[in-house]
Design a binder for this molecule. Structure first.
Ligand code: AOF
Ligand code: ZN
Length: 384
């Protein structure tokens, strides 16, 4: 058996359904970070020209979550939708809201066949969309591209199931596992390619969170500064139990232009809350943990963000917040960027009180991607 023959056995060439669903998934990802509280779904409609399938229309969930992907694609296809195949990265909805359900729209357009990546766990849908299509006599296949769809729609799935966002922890570490210099001084760790990747993570997240220590040490902007993608900057969130962040930091100074949420403990000073609100920030109070640290309860904080429609939360440190997330089993995904520089013994550990292994070798996570970003090595982990 030659190599080509062998390849044919393990991955059948000409699997149009898998290939076209891949394209639908890729297109669906284009509004990731901008469709919340809805998932960013992709739809591709194809029709055979007698030889091969040809794409006649496509759609992606619109900004803010409406209209849905299927109706966008059906509008583009018009009459040509009759008898065509629709590839949808999430089960078409079955519920009436401002518009009729997408399953009804596909049926009304007389689509011939529907290929769905994964069922929608939203209790309003949850198998009903598939049932409606099959009851209408439309051949409906489910599960093509499911593994990727589970990753792409992780924000929606987590929020529907647990009421909180999908949490992606991003950490940049030196070769010796450190993240900043002694005295909480920031250090330049990752290179320009990693920085660009970090901004893509911001663009594809609904919100980005840091702890108050990071605001005090780095005075970060937390926006997306990739050329042409400035409008994709996420909501900023600071976990600041005792409301320590200064009013003149970048985040507070820009709070009127771009949403800033500050999460404080119940016992934080009321005057500081008022000053932050006057500056344009939203301040949320959550109970304190019962242990001696009396930190704001991180799981309550996450529920508050879920209640506000945030489905994908990027956490950019620092070491204290990263440790809390791990301790409360709140890391759903991690991107670890390892640079070649060494910061030395005195520098600060990337995760407070824990070795980096607590994240990179966590039994809860598996590696789903590893690649070089310029000089830096990136490892991406995802909840098993
Ligand atoms: C689809 N296609 O493109 C998306 C879907 O509040 P609504 O009425 O917009 O419905 C939101 C729910 O619809 C959302 O929670 C999820 O279950 C589903 N998202 N469904 O058919 C889409 N984005
Ligand atoms: Zn829909």
């Amino acid at each position: 058996m030659n190599a080509l023959h062998y390849a044919n056995v393990v991955a059948p060439v000409g699997n149009d359904d898998a290939r076209i669903m891949d394209a639908a998934l890729q297109f669906g990802r284009s509004h990731m970070g901008m469709a919340a509280p809805n998932p960013s779904v992709g739809t591709i409609i194809v029709k055979s020209n007698g030889v091969e399938p040809v794409v006649i229309a496509r759609g992606v969930t619109a900004l803010g979550g409406r209209p849905h992907a299927e109706t966008e694609a059906l509008k583009m296809a018009g009459e040509a939708a009759r008898g065509a195949t629709a590839y949808v990265t999430l089960e078409p909805c079955a519920h009436h809201s401002k518009t009729p359900p997408c399953s009804s729209a596909l049926i009304a357009a007389q689509i011939g066949r529907v290929v769905i990546a994964i069922e929608d766990p939203n209790p309003l849908v949850s198998g009903n969309g598939i049932r409606m299509l099959r009851d209408a006599g439309i051949e409906t296949i489910v599960g093509i591209g499911a593994a990727q769809a589970r990753i792409d729609h992780a924000g929606h799935f987590r929020r529907v199931r647990d009421g909180r966002p999908h949490i992606l922890l991003k950490i940049a570490v030196s070769a010796d596992g450190k993240t900043g210099l002694a005295g909480r001084k920031p250090a330049r760790i990752s290179g320009p390619v990693s920085m660009a990747e970090a901004h893509i993570l911001r663009a594809t997240s609904d919100a980005v969170m840091v702890g108050s220590g990071t605001v005090l040490a780095d005075n970060p902007k937390l926006d997306c500064r990739l050329p042409g993608m400035e409008n994709r900057s996420p909501i900023r969130v600071v976990l600041d139990g005792s409301l320590k962040i200064p009013l003149d930091c970048h985040l507070v100074q820009t709070a009127k232009a771009r949403k800033l949420i500050v999460i404080a403990s119940e016992n934080a000073p009321a005057e500081k809350q008022k000053a932050l609100e006057d500056a344009g920030a939203e301040v949320i109070r959550v109970p304190c943990t019962r242990d001696r640290h009396r930190k704001p309860a991180i799981d309550d904080a996450m529920q508050e963000l879920g209640n506000r429609g945030i489905t994908r939360l990027l956490v950019e440190g620092g070491p204290v917040l990263s440790a809390s997330l791990l301790q409360y089993d709140l890391v759903d995904e991690a991107v670890v960027v390892c640079a070649k520089v060494e910061l030395g013994e005195d520098a600060i550990d990337a995760i407070e009180g824990m070795p980096l292994d607590a994240l990179t070798a966590s039994p809860k996570l598996k590696i789903i991607e590893e690649r070089m970003l310029g000089e830096d090595r990136m490892v991406r982990l995802f909840r098993k």
